[in-house]
Write a protein that binds this ligand. Structure first.
Ligand code: SAM
Ligand code: SF4
Length: 331
């Protein structure tokens, strides 16, 4: 019998699950976390590897095929390679990836590779040491670059995630794109979204994907849109006309891709969210810990997806930012 698919009331089929494994982080990007007095979930609230693995098995039974491990900073979670090994072995999961800030990659790139990981997105907004420290409030650029070199040596497929902020990261766009080209990485530019802890987001601070595209086309080489084999993928892909590789754009603000969204998210404390910007979320931890059957949990996942809204309303007057900041949702 075919697996019952996770189809919402707008006909979108969900095959993509993002799993946050911690709300903690070893740096403090200003658009994601406050500088101090960070509120973390109590450790007892954080799902164990056994609980995460069970949830992913149940989700795979509902048609989830892609899993991305994220956080907070996933590499600060102790024994992460053990979780990767478990998730790589879940039947039906054919695409396992990780999003990291890269600071701990020099030590963990190899154990994670051995555990079965092949795809990583490394978050890097600038190659400029002072600006890196200004954005992240930590002086860790050297470690991230070391981690990227290790990832390249091991043969990972690497994408760079760069959050683009107006009047701040413009000087970083070309150097980052060139660095990515030289190393065989794909640079992806992400529009600054209203998910920061201190409500500093403002539309005037969004550096638009179209503006970055224009900078790259005139500063490096013309870019040609790549027809997307997966129209639900959030990044809009372009290829350099000179054969120098690809660039992606996540234009959540200027070109929301909600109509094609195929994702759900599990927070580190076991809440299921049908959207990054969702206000409501469903508790999976209590049923996971109180003897619910797989079928009962699967039903809760189906109900969450069935309630999914048509899309976030960043561009409307009605928009309300989610009560949790990005590090606590799982980006
Ligand atoms: N710590 C890891 C990292 O930084 O990649 C994983 C979690 S982080 C929340 C996931 C991604 O969210 C980051 O790669 C960063 O690009 C993105 N991000 C965080 N805050 C954002 C914001 N306010 N707007 C847009 N993207 C954001
Ligand atoms: Fe940490 Fe990632 Fe948030 Fe930066 S974006 S503070 S690295 S969780």
């Amino acid at each position: 019998m075919a697996a019952p698919a996770l189809i919402d009331s707008f006909g979108r089929t969900h095959c993509n699950l993002r799993v946050s494994v911690t709300d903690r982080c070893n740096i403090r990007c200003f658009y994601c976390m406050p500088e101090r007095d960070v509120h973390y979930a109590d450790r007892s609230e954080i799902l164990s590897f056994e609980e995460i693995e069970r949830f992913v098995r149940i989700a795979a039974g509902l048609g989830i095929t892609k899993v991305r491990v994220t956080g907070g900073e996933p590499l600060v979670r102790r024994n992460l390679p053990d979780l990767i090994r478990r998730l790589a072995a879940v039947p039906g999961i054919n695409d396992l990836a990780l999003t990291t800030n890269g600071v701990l990659l020099p030590d963990l790139a190899e154990p994670l590779y051995r555990a079965g990981l092949r795809r990583i997105n490394v978050h890097l907004d600038t190659l400029h040491r002072e600006r890196f420290a200004e954005i992240t409030r930590r002086d860790e650029l050297g470690k991230v670059l070391e981690g990227l070199a290790a990832a390249k040596r091991l043969g990972y497929q690497v994408k760079l995630n760069a959050v683009a902020v107006k009047n701040l990261t413009e000087p970083d766009i070309l150097p980052l794109a060139l660095y990515a080209r030289q190393n065989g990485f794909e640079a992806r530019f992400i529009e600054f979204m209203p998910l920061d802890a201190q409500s500093i987001w403002d539309r005037s601070r969004v550096l638009l994907a179209d503006d970055i595209l224009a900078m790259l086309s005139s500063g490096i080489a013309p870019l040609i849109p790549v027809p997307d084999p997966d129209p639900r993928a959030p990044a809009t892909e372009f290829e350099y006309a000179d054969g120098g590789g690809r660039v992606g754009f996540i234009a959540s603000v200027s070109k929301p891709f909600c109509l094609n969204c195929n994702r759900i998210r599990l927070t580190a404390d076991g809440m299921l969210r049908y959207c990054l910007f969702a206000i409501e979320e469903d508790d999976m931890k209590t049923p996971l810990r109180s003897g619910a059957s797989d079928a009962e949990i699967a039903e809760l996942v189906r109900r969450n997806v069935a309630r999914k809204w048509q899309g976030h309303e960043i561009n409307s007057e009605k928009f309300v930012a989610p009560p949790r900041p990005m590090h606590s949702i799982g980006g």
